[in-house]
Ligand binder design. Structure first.
Ligand SMILES: *Cc1c(COP(=O)(O)O)cnc(C)c1O
Length: 217
């Protein structure tokens, strides 16, 4: 299956970058994929998945968590504040913390539920008006605000502009993380994950290269 091929490409990219084997977490992005493709990857032993929509994730992961021990589900899509409660219930990591109103809602739910999903702050590295994420300059102030709320973001996430060379965006994300004492970097998708690993990604988000095109089947 494609999963094995992607895993060996990740291992090769780790070696090429002089990085420790297993230092990169593969998030298999299962959004809108037919159930049988996802269960095939679960049957093959993979346990870390990414979803973009709270409602869709609610419809499938509670059942799969019962059937497959050790599943971890990461929210990688835009998160509406009114879905914060469900998101804290459902997800082990949230990659799209991008505004203080959401940080407040998450902090409240984390305190209420006693669950602490790993948090990544999304950075709009390309300064694109239509794209989610805070601007690079805003990060230090945003982090202070998050910490005042009792949150401890551990990493940064970006989606480079389409059709652009992703390298400057990956480098910016890495520099920002280093400058702000954050360890995790969520960057790299099907088309550019090896480049992202060379630039320090700790989490790659790969959908179509594992499961096939999302509009097929
Ligand atoms: C859908 C999605 C991915 C996976 O994209 P592929 O190109 O299929 O690998 C990764 N990250 C985010 C934020 C996504 O929405």
């Amino acid at each position: 299956m494609e999963l094995d091929h992607i895993k060996s490409r990740i291992a090769a990219a780790e070696r090429a970058a002089g990085r420790e084997a297993g230092s990169v977490t593969l998030i298999a992005v299962s959004k809108v994929q037919p159930a049988e493709r996802v269960t095939a990857v679960l049957d093959a032993g993979h346990r870390t998945f990414g979803e973009n929509y709270v409602q869709e994730a609610q419809g499938k992961w509670p059942d799969w968590r019962q059937r497959f021990a050790g599943v971890s589900v990461h929210m990688i899509g835009p998160l509406q504040s009114n879905k914060a409660k469900a998101a804290v219930e459902l997800f082990d990591a949230i990659h799209t913390l991008d505004r203080i109103s959401l940080a407040r809602k998450l902090a409240h739910q984390i305190a209420e539920q006693g669950r602490t999903p790993q948090l990544f702050i999304q950075i709009n590295t390309g300064d694109e008006p239509q794209k989610a994420g805070i601007l690079a300059d805003e990060l230090p102030g945003f982090l202070d605000q998050c910490r005042d709320l009792g949150l401890s973001p551990q990493g940064l996430m970006c989606i480079p502009p389409e059709d652009a060379d992703p390298v400057p965006h990956f480098r910016l994300l890495r520099r920002l993380a280093g400058d702000n004492g954050l360890d995790l970097l969520s960057m790299g998708m099907s088309a550019d994950f090896e480049t992202a690993i060379a630039e320090g990604a700790t989490h790659v988000r790969i959908g179509s290269a594992i499961f096939g095109a999302r509009d097929a089947g």
